[in-house]
Design a protein around this ligand. Structure first.
Ligand code: NAD
Ligand code: UFG
Length: 361
């Protein structure tokens, strides 16, 4: 069977979700009719430079190369530098872009709003501008359930009101969604798939790649695994008086490998004859899990007692957030298959094998 080659620009491909998506993309290339050629663009602001001085390939990407028997194509470029972005576009006949790159820490975005608006918005606008110049018509964008703000109903469907975000990070996601929607209206052959992630957790089952937060983790799962490995004395549980089954916050955790496969499913939309236009999908499991349920699941996976203390609620948190995943199932054929046990076992394997993460020099 003749294969079709597709060059895909993966911005932020050295990061947590990007690196897992590369593995899945390369796996379908080996078995399917489309050969994807990923080209990674990342400024390494939140990922680890290669430990090998000779090759400047980031450590995560190097490990993806080992897992997928692939020679990485990597460009250390900042999306805010439009001429450098143009240079990358001039080298490859891109068919599509998966846009992961950006800043993502909610708390930091409240403290440094200008930095978040600058990096996320200017980065996205430069990318769209250069796509336009080089006539690249297909983009998948990493959005977030944060655009829904406080849910008016559960599970949250894609047509839930958006934009009532409680922090600048969320506002950047909402605004980039709007840029993409407007561009789709203006250019009938421009296609954008907006993926609203719920809470990505877990790691590749090899334990070779995973989430590697800098400093103290903001998110629940990496915090729990760092307590389990002994890097932190206890987990602070932010509030136990929410209106949920056990009083702690409920979220829709999705395994990062499932999430990665959601991107592969979304890319296939661009192969259809009918233009996609602008399409929005939730990527989650549709199941809520509380903080204490996660602590129990991790204790079972790691066989380590997880010390925790209940403290005050965290500002800006809501009781329960979980999505309706049915649109992605119907239109993308995407369904998350991994369980809470898989999420904990894989996160724990990654943490145990890499107690200091990628061990950036
Ligand atoms: P990550 O920080 O691990 O990866 C992002 C990558 O982008 C990093 O490697 C970083 O170096 C790079 N980057 C940042 N700014 C850049 C710039 N200006 N130019 C080039 N590269 C740049 O984050 P992640 O968890 O993999 O998230 C990927 C995307 O998914 C982000 O857009 C994030 O906002 C979104 N998202 C993440 C979560 C989550 O919980 N992880 C949830 C919802 C949405
Ligand atoms: N939590 C704790 N202790 C911690 C960390 C978190 O109790 O040390 C609790 C939170 O209060 C919340 C739950 O664990 O109830 C999940 O918190 P996370 O910080 O892991 O995740 P959030 O749902 O707050 O936010 C995450 C990302 C956002 C993204 C959103 C999408 O940080 O960027 O998921 O739903 F937008």
């Amino acid at each position: 069977m003749a294969s079709t080659t597709r060059h895909v620009l993966v911005t932020g491909g050295a990061g947590y979700i990007g690196s897992h998506t590369l593995v899945e993309l390369l796996a379908v290339s080996q078995s399917g009719p489309i050969k994807y050629v990923p080209v990674i663009l990342d400024n390494l602001s939140n990922s680890c430079e290669g430990n090998d001085e000779a090759a400047r390939i980031p450590e995560s990407v190097k490990r993806v190369g080992e897992l997928a028997s692939w020679d990485p194509i990597f460009h250390q470029v900042d999306l805010c530098d439009i001429d450098a972005v143009r240079q990358v576009f001039s080298k490859y006949p891109f068919h599509s872009v998966i846009h992961f790159a950006g800043l993502k820490a909610v708390g930091e975005s409240v403290a440094k709003p200008l930095r978040y608006y600058q990096v996320n918005l200017i980065g996205a606008m430069n990318l769209m501008q250069v796509m336009d110049e080089f006539n690249v018509r297909n983009i998948i964008f990493s959005s977030s359930a944060t655009v829904y703000g406080t849910p008016e109903k559960l599970p949250i469907p894609e047509d839930h009101p958006v934009g009532n975000c409680t922090n600048p990070y969320g506002m950047t996601k909402f605004m980039i969604e709007k840029f993409l929607m407007d561009q789709c209206k203006a250019k009938p052959d421009f296609n954008a798939v907006i993926l609203r992630y719920f809470n990505p957790v877990g790691a590749h089952s090899s334990g070779r790649i995973g989430e590697d937060p800098r400093g103290a983790p903001n998110n629940l799962m990496p915090y729990i695994t760092q307590v389990a490995i002994g890097r932190r004395p206890f987990l602070s549980v932010f509030g136990s008086d929410y209106d949920t089954t056990d009083g702690t916050g409920v979220r829709d955790y999705i395994h990062v490998v499932d999430l990665a496969n959601g991107h592969v499913a979304a890319l296939k939309l661009f192969e259809r004859e009918k233009p996609v236009g602008c399409a929005v999908y939730n990527l989650g499991t549709g199941q809520g899990c509380s903080v204490l349920e996660m602590v129990t699941a991790m204790r079972e996976a790691s066989k380590v007692e997880i010390a925790y203390k209940v403290v005050d609620r965290r500002a800006g948190d809501v009781a329960s957030v979980y999505g309706d995943p049915s649109k992605a199932a119907e239109e993308l054929g995407f369904k998350a298959t991994k369980t809470l046990k898989d999420m904990c076992e894989d996160s724990w394997r990654w943490q145990q094998q890499n107690p200091q993460g990628f061990n950036c020099s």
